[in-house]
Design a protein around this ligand. Structure first.
Ligand code: AMP
Length: 120
């Protein structure tokens, strides 16, 4: 899938749409999810143009991948959920229900998160 430069996270990165920023560095932006599903629900996105995890894993230079992983850990610690625990999740494509076609990792925390997947 080609990258859509008008997707909502691209617009957030360009400052065209506001976000509740929790972290930013040269490679990464993190902000609160607009429809939180846990007391802590933050999205971490790379600044580069990657459609999904699959695209990021296949195409991003190793330094960008390393910076992203380090930033996810740093954000979780900054949010105060590293001690009690948190869950990270990335939806790729239709079967996972990916809504926004810019790679993002969800960080959920702040409560017992229950089953990894809902029962059918
Ligand atoms: P996914 O289904 O993994 O693609 O998740 C997309 C997430 O983006 C959802 O949890 C939405 O609530 C969230 N979202 C959509 N628009 C915005 C926005 N403008 N600011 C923050 N989060 C958003």
């Amino acid at each position: 899938m080609a990258y859509d430069r008008n997707n909502i996270f691209a617009r957030i990165l360009r400052g065209e749409i506001p976000c509740q920023k929790v972290y930013e560095d040269a490679h990464v932006l993190a902000f609160n999810d607009i429809r939180p599903q846990a007391p802590v629900h933050v999205l971490v996105i790379p600044k580069g143009e990657y459609v999904s995890f699959d695209d990021f894993a296949a195409q991003a230079p190793a330094a960008e991948q390393a910076a992203f992983v380090a930033a996810v850990g740093k954000v979780a610690r900054q949010l105060g959920v590293a001690e009690n625990g948190y869950r990270i999740l990335a939806n790729h494509e239709k079967d996972a229900g990916q809504e926004v076609p810019h790679f993002h990792v969800h960080i959920f925390g702040g409560k017992r998160l229950g089953r990894m997947l809902p029962r059918e």
